[in-house]
Structures are given as C-alpha cells and as structure tokens.
Design a protein around this ligand. Sequence first.
Ligand SMILES: NC(=O)c1ccc[n+]([C@@H]2O[C@H](COP(=O)([O-])OP(=O)(O)OC[C@H]3O[C@@H](n4cnc5c(N)ncnc54)[C@H](O)[C@@H]3O)[C@@H](O)[C@H]2O)c1
Length: 403
Amino acid sequence: MYIFKAAVIGAGTMGAEIAQVISFSGLPVILKDVDQGMLDKGMKTIREIYQSRVDKGKMSAGEMASKLSLVEAALTYDGFGDVDIVIEAVPEKMGIKKAVFKELQACVPETTIFASNTSALSISEMAAATDRPAKVIGMHYFNPAHVMKLVEIIPGLDTSQETVDDVVMFTESLRKVAVVVQECPGFLVNRLLMPYLGEATYCLQEGAASMTDIDAALVDFGMPMGPFTLMDMTGIDVCAYVGKYLNEEYGTRATLPVLYGKMVEVGRLGEKAGKGFYSYGDEGDEAMQAILASFPKDPNSKFGVERVFYPMINEAVLALQEHIASPNDIDMATIAGLGMTYHGDRKGPLAIADEIGLDVVLNGLQELQKQYGERFRPAQLLKTKVRAGHLGVKTHRGFMEYA
Ligand SMILES: NC(=O)c1ccc[n+]([C@@H]2O[C@H](COP(=O)([O-])OP(=O)(O)OC[C@H]3O[C@@H](n4cnc5c(N)ncnc54)[C@H](O)[C@@H]3O)[C@@H](O)[C@H]2O)c1
C-alpha cells in the first residue's frame, strides 16, 4: 500500500517533530491534539526546525513555506477520511492510546494503519482493542525525532506482514533507518541501553570512580557521549521509570541502582531541571557530591569499561537468543540509535564482541558475575558459541559473518 497522507495524534515533544519529518519528505500530514496551546507549541517547533535549515542555507524560504503548507493543525478528526497511516504520540498511558484508536476507527478508512510511538507499552494489547489488529504496529522514534535516524518497527502478535512491509517502506521514505524488532519490554535500544547506564550508575554509587572519569573512559571506548551526560539529557526520571519497568519485566538482571530514586526525590532530573549528575546552572557540584557521600563506599567495587559495556553485549546476545532481531539489525539499531563506534568504525555490541573475542567476553562476564552477582550471568548463546569454537573475528565465526 502506498502512503499518500498521514496523521499524527498528539502535538507534544515527539508528535510535532514526527509531523515535521513527514512533511519534510513531501507528504501531507495532519497534526491533531486536544489542547490548542499544545497544538500552537507543536506548530512553532515545526516552524523553528525549518527556520534553522533556512538559516543554515540548507533550504530556501520558499521551500520552507511549501513544506509548512503540508502540515495541517487540527483539534478535530475532520480531514481524516483519506488518511493512510496514523501515528499516535499521546501520553504513555494504555487507556489514552486505546481511546484514541477507538475514536479513529470511526473517522478513517478501514485500511488505515494505526502506528504507535509508545516507548514501552504492548502493541499486541493496543491492537486487540481495535477493529484491525493486523494493521496495528509500533513505530518507535527517538528524541529528537527530526535528528535521530533510527525508527524501531514493532509488529504485535497479529500484525500482518503487509503492514510491516508498508511501514518499513514508509519509514525509509522519511530517510530514516527502519529496524524491525519483535515485541519485548524496552524493544531493542532501550533494552540494551539500560543495563549499561545502570552499571555506570552502580560504579558511581559504590565510589568506584567519578562521573567524569567514567564518562571519559566510555567516550574513549567509542560512545558519542558518556553515560552520565546521556542520562542527564534523557532525564533521570525517565531512566528511573524505564529502569523500574525493565526490572519488573526481566527481574534480577535488571536490578536498579537506588541512586536514581534519590536523585528524583531531590529534583535532580537532568538538563531539563538544570541539575542531574552534573549541574547546568550557577550551582557547583557540591550538592551531588553530598548525595554520593551519603552512600557507603564499597572498597571492592572497581570501575572498568568492561564492567559497564559487557552488560550491553550480554543483553544483545539475550535479545538475539530470543529472536527479537537479527545480529545485523541489533547492531544497526545501536549504531543508528546510540551512535556507537569502536576503534573509529561504526560498530554495535555484537560486532564489538566478535572483535574482543567471545571467549574473552564470556570469561569477563563470569568474573563479574562472581564479584557483583546475577546481573552479569552470561547468556546461554554466548556459552554455546564459545563451546563451538565460534570466538569471533579470530576464528572467522562469531555473531557476524566473515569471509
Ligand atoms: N519524549 C521522548 O523522549 C519520547 C521518545 C520516544 C517515544 N516517546 C513516546 O511518545 C509518546 C508521546 O510522548 P511525548 O514526550 O511527546 O509526550 P508529550 O506529553 O510531550 O505530548 C503528548 C501530547 O498528546 C496530547 N494529547 C493528550 N491526550 C490526547 C488525545 N486524546 N488526543 C490527542 N492528543 C492528546 C497532549 O495534549 C500533548 O500535546 C509517548 O508514548 C512516549 O512514551 C517519547
């Protein structure tokens, strides 16, 4: 099915930018909200994104006007009669999302695809509440949506292959990287990211190293920014919320450092609050140091890049073992979603594991498990690979294929 017209529901942080991305590709898009103020703010965001392109000489004022004319702001469902795809970006509450899809059913053709930008909620559950489960799918953009290349495409249990193909094609027409991910808590990128961020936070909380040292070591390793800089950008409340959800779903290995809760309690929510792990206003870092001093130092806790990065490799192997995505897609998602590199090349956790050596990674995880516990328990598939002699680049067999 070719998509000629789209609609986005919810003109907040994500919805406005998603509508901008769609209009930029040349497609007409309706941006709908229930709140005139949010709608105005969303339209302002879209104008600003285009204006900054004009200011940088990437677009003429005429082109900006023509792209802007593709976006129609709406408070009602008038004009939805010929929409081919609707992407909902309303608040992360299952009840609101189900209610929006119910309303839409009465206003759009029965062939219209219902996509959800949910970060975590079940696509299958949303689909079951509609008259078209085969046409419901997750389309998870990353923030800021007009910059981030990755879109995770998540079919629910009843989503048809045709819908998956249509949405992948649509995503690519938006000049984004589409990665199909089977439904699981955290989907792919957040699932792989949280154990890494969590372990960096354990190192800090236990006094193994400072934020700046941990950040510098991970940037040196190949991350575009350190874990504490990234958490401050994302929001400590968001990290705490996603982390708690993954802990409920995955159990012991997704145990959460208590430092998150402490920071949320005192309003250190990251950049948006002017203070998180780092301070962004006039305040120095004494208050954060006082919080850290309130935790007992663990003399046996040691920081190393392996301790922070191996949990991401292990989670990638667990996702692979559960057939959540192919090895190439897992790495592609982390490259496009997190900007990972290794020794100057764009590589994801599975290709990096192949380079390090799967035996080395397994041995490292087993040592970490002995010292810090169950969250480091190596994935079964990693053990099987090592037993089979698939040790990565050095044996020409690992997670990736080698000539
Ligand atoms: N913010 C992020 O970083 C991020 C990243 C990826 C995915 N998401 C997901 O995107 C979705 C939206 O998040 P956000 O941060 O843009 O939220 P937001 O709070 O900024 O925006 C939500 C918008 O939805 C509107 N809304 C509420 N009920 C509505 C209804 N019934 N009909 C139409 N509009 C309605 C609100 O007025 C608001 O403008 C959530 O599911 C979130 O989990 C967010």
